[in-house]
Design a protein. Structure first.
Length: 245
């Protein structure tokens, strides 16, 4: 019997089973929001083919709102419609990833800059917790936890900026970026020339230094994603598989 992903973070088995049930009102919108959150957190990896019946059972709804929510994500280019009407998580090429990263450098850099003077002490405490979870998960080989902790670290900062329109744009990109981060592990684990850039982000926020926080976030995107670009290039050229056997 296959084990759900969340109960064993190092495995990747049927993440549909981990989706919580939703209330009966406005079902499609609620399913859509739950799927958005799961995608941004990296609970579904590129190429994952959705099992609509299992997803409907896990969320306690009929298959209709599941299909409608998935089709909305197809229209947003987050998911791909394949042969025989199967729906899967879209995979970014190296060129697509780098284009989106260039946009992220601007949007997320600005959000971080704005957050520097608005973030609360309690939110900074949350950031320390998320980074510690990431730092503990990577050497332990708990890749699923690492991907999720990284998402929560970044999202906490961008929410602290207090700019909902900007947050919406950033999250739209993360719908495509979140799943891709599963490819980081174990072949492209982020490395940094000196200390982890998350620590520089936290220091900048404590000092309420917008410039320092902006630069640290942008450096995190550049340094943390360097090995991922190399791996994506190899995958695009057919020199490496999407996932190791």
């Amino acid at each position: 019997m296959e084990t759900p992903l969340i109960s064993r973070p190092t495995d990747y088995h049927q993440p549909e089973a981990d989706m919580a049930s939703v209330a009966r009102d406005n079902l499609t919108a609620r399913v859509y929001q739950e799927l958005r959150q799961a995608l941004m957190e990296g609970r579904f990896r590129p190429g994952h083919r959705f099992k609509i019946r299992q997803l409907a059972q896990s969320m306690g709804v009929s298959e209709t709102p599941i299909r409608e929510a998935l089709m909305q994500l197809v229209r947003e280019r987050v998911l791909d419609m394949r042969a025989a009407r199967s729906i899967a998580v879209a995979r970014l090429t190296s060129a697509q990833y780098q284009e989106l990263r260039a946009i992220r450098l601007l949007l997320e850099g600005f959000a971080a800059e704005q957050a520097a003077t608005r973030i609360t002490d309690s939110a900074i405490t949350e950031l320390r917790h998320h980074h510690r979870a990431l730092a503990d998960a990577e050497p332990a080989g708990e890749w699923r936890k690492a991907v999720e902790a990284n998402w929560h670290f970044h999202n906490t900062i961008y929410r602290a900026a207090g700019l909902p329109e900007l947050l919406g744009m950033i999250e739209t990109i993360w719908l495509r970026n979140g799943p891709l981060l599963n490819i980081l592990y174990p072949r492209a684990v982020p490395t940094y020339s000196e200390r982890h850039q998350h620590l520089n982000v936290i220091d900048g926020l404590v000092a309420r230094d917008p410039v320092a926080v902006k630069h640290a976030i942008q450096a995190d995107l550049m340094e943390g994603g360097a090995k991922l670009i190399e791996l994506l290039d190899e995958i695009d050229q057919g020199k490496a598989p999407l996932y190791p056997e």
